[in-house]
Design a protein around this ligand. Structure first.
Ligand SMILES: [Zn+2]
Ligand SMILES: [Zn+2]
Length: 364
């Protein structure tokens, strides 16, 4: 068995372990990952609470790399293919998968432990490792000439925010509010500007709001201003409110603001994922006056759809988009120094510069 470098994250500790990784079973490939982007895993370092994943050695879900072994009978991928890896293990067979929708929303979605079990492996089911076992329907070939760094943005950056903007057919006629601006909010702003929408960003962190302006947000509003709603409405026709709002924090503070900022018949899209970290986080929503009378729609999106995978990789070849990714991905750490990365992410205010998306390098 091959030895795999795997990151184990517990409360206040992140260390690289050496664990065996098996040969890929039929329907799987093994990828030597070159970049393992961090998404929400610094929270595990902070609280010890694991969401979705089940063990401390199967964390991380994004990744890019090179196929270095394939399962028996594999025809879609060969050794040497450069690939971007999408999270989880979708069945490929249910209504969601058949329609090319979001793998994360697959009715039979499986996680890292099930990937490891299917390969009789002790490691490699999740993102924070050097050698990763991947179901052959959960990756895409990277176009020639597209670097690993830009391809990695097809995960939870330009990718997962691409689908909701694309599927609502957003154009330059729309006014869109983005509330709660972390790297998901910033990437949403980029996708909205890519399609020409007018973007109003609402938040209170000065470094993030400055980056939102750099990325093309047309209006920046401080969410602590008493008249934040009037300020938003003043940028819409007849002060009627925004056509769409994108909630990017997962916290009630921004959820309510995103709903309130909409015009009648407007649509709020929930992208943020607070995952409540073991607490009982709930939005106290008044459905009658908040949703029914103004006939607003609330929907959600977590992932890039199957049907958009080729499109998003093509979009990432655009130099305009790459310039934006350079402003979104701000730090790179060897995986062996992941603790430093997580400390920085958990204490952004203590860091002078803007902290956006952070990449870990698995082999280092
Ligand atoms: Zn499915
Ligand atoms: Zn992610």
């Amino acid at each position: 068995m091959k030895i795999n470098k795997v990151l184990e994250i517990k409360k206040g500790s992140a260390k690289v372990l050496e664990m065996p990784v098996a040969k890929p079973a039929a329907g799987f490939v093994r990828v030597r990952q070159t970049i393992a982007p961090n998404c929400i895993e610094h929270r595990v370092f902070k609280t010890g609470f694991i969401e979705w994943h089940e063990t401390h050695t199967s964390l991380g879900h994004e990744g890019v790399g090179v196929v270095e072994a394939v399962g028996p009978g594999e025809t879609r991928y060969k050794v040497g293919d450069r690939v971007v890896i999408f999270q989880g293990w979708a069945c490929g067979d249910c209504w969601v998968c058949e329609n090319g929708l979001g793998a994360t929303h697959c009715i039979n979605i499986k996680g890292p432990q099930e990937i490891e079990e299917a390969n009789s492996s002790e490691s490699g089911g999740a993102g924070f490792c050097e050698y990763r076992l991947v179901p052959n329907n959960m990756l895409s070939k990277i176009p020639e000439g597209l670097s690993d760094k830009y391809a990695s943005a097809a995960n939870c950056l330009i990718g997962c925010t691409y689908t909701p903007v694309r599927e609502h057919h957003i154009t330059q006629e729309h006014v869109c509010v983005v509330g709660g601006v972390g790297f998901i909010g910033l990437a949403t702003i980029v996708n909205l500007k890519y399609r020409g929408a007018k973007v109003i960003a609402i938040g209170r962190d000065t470094k993030r709001m400055a980056r939102a302006a750099e990325l093309g947000a047309d209006v920046i509003i401080n969410s602590e201003d008493e008249d934040w709603l009037e300020q938003i409405q003043a940028h819409t026709i007849d002060n009627r409110g925004a056509d769409f709002s994108f909630e990017c924090s997962g916290y009630p503070y921004y959820q309510q603001k995103c709903l309130d900022s909409l015009r009648h018949y407007g649509t709020m899209i929930q992208l943020g994922y607070a995952a409540d970290q073991g607490t009982d986080l709930k939005w106290d929503l008044n459905t009658e006056y908040g949703v029914c009378w103004p006939k607003k729609t609330i929907t959600a999106s977590f992932d890039v759809d199957f049907r958009h995978r080729r499109e998003i990789l093509e979009t990432l070849c655009d130099p305009w988009m790459q310039e934006k990714v350079d402003k979104l991905v701000t730090h790179t750490f060897p995986m062996s120094k992941a603790a430093e990365a997580f400390e920085m992410l958990n204490d952004r205010n203590g860091v002078e510069e803007f902290v956006g998306k952070v990449h870990l390098i698995p082999g280092e």
